[in-house]
Design a protein around this ligand. Structure first.
Ligand code: GTR
Length: 298
């Protein structure tokens, strides 16, 4: 009898262990693309998204965020969605616009009066329509991050007017909206991958670039480019997207959990952004960068 019970318990334990393994083996690990350094606002927010997805789906999904563009540059990563090579990411509206042109609307120069204006537009019906425009590219936009405002930084002299941009080679991300905007302002737009900008500034391949303060600082481009003019020509939002194949495969409960995780992540990102802008600006100032705020944007 006791032997029977003993083996009975053993059998139960064994199947419990097998069950436990089966739960882990079923958990799907999602691959997240990220361009930035791990302590960047969007990076922290993406990690938070991954954790919240795991908690909210009771471990059915786990997520890993690959920082620093480890999974490839932005255009390549966007293309990977079509093949489900990447499951989630925060993509620039400007880069997405090369695929779904509707996205260019929210990246146009001076289209928003403020970040609050941008959030109001994106958190409502417009955001949903932009998400629908991404569906053919196998993406669903669940929430929107801020990308701050992009401004010019240069190696040799301060840019104060569009005249000063004439003849300058300015690096832009590899997407039409950036090229067209910077050309319209009078400079020679030079599309380059994010990771190539530092050496290009250093070796004189380009005369300057344009970005928000956190990116200008986190890439250390300020070590080479000491003139920053806050003309804020583009306020480009970033979409927190997940693969549509993944989204469509989820139960309604898991969809709810994932959407809630994305919204919470966007809230975190927006809060961290404000802090990082201030910290980055201080780092730039301490490093001797001349920062000029352009009052006459017209
Ligand atoms: C950053 C933005 C990236 C990318 C990058 C760049 O501010 O977060 O999505 O656009 O700029 O300049 O390549």
């Amino acid at each position: 009898m006791s032997i029977f019970w003993k083996s009975g318990r053993l059998a139960i334990l064994a199947s419990g262990a097998i069950l436990g393994l089966a739960v882990n083996a079923d958990a799907r690990e999602l691959r997240g693309w990220n361009l930035h350094v791990p302590d960047y606002p969007g990076s922290i927010a993406l990690e938070e998204f991954a954790d919240a997805v795991e908690a909210g789906t009771e471990g059915r999904f786990t997520g890993s965020v690959y920082h620093n563009g480890q999974l490839g540059d932005q255009r390549f990563a966007i293309e990977q969605f079509a093949f489900d090579g990447i499951d989630f990411a925060a993509f620039s509206g400007g880069s997405l616009g090369d695929f779904a042109p509707e996205l260019n609307i929210v990246s146009m120069p001076y289209v928003f009066q403020s970040q609050d204006h941008m959030f109001k537009v994106l958190d409502g019906e417009v955001g949903e329509r932009l998400s629908a425009a991404l569906e053919p590219y196998n993406m669903v936009a669940l929430a929107w991050y801020t990308g701050g405002a992009r401004s010019f930084y240069t190696v040799k002299s301060q840019v104060a007017t569009p005249e000063d941009l004439k003849g300058l080679k300015i690096r832009v991300p590899d997407a039409d909206i950036f090229v067209a905007t910077i050309e319209a302002l009078g400079a020679n737009a030079t599309p380059l991958a994010f990771g190539e900008v530092y050496t290009s500034l250093q070796t004189g391949v380009i005369d300057g670039a344009e970005n928000n303060a956190p990116s200008f600082e986190s890439t250390r481009h300020y070590e080479v480019a000491k003139f920053y003019t806050l003309d804020e020509h583009m306020m480009v939002p970033e979409a927190l997207v997940v693969s549509k194949t993944l989204w469509d495969s989820l139960s309604p409960e898991d969809q709810t959990a994932m959407r809630a995780a994305a919204r919470a992540s966007a809230e975190t990102q927006r809060k961290l952004w404000a802090d990082r802008e201030a910290t980055s600006t201080k780092i730039l100032q301490d490093a001797g960068v001349t920062i000029v705020k352009l009052e006459d944007k017209a």
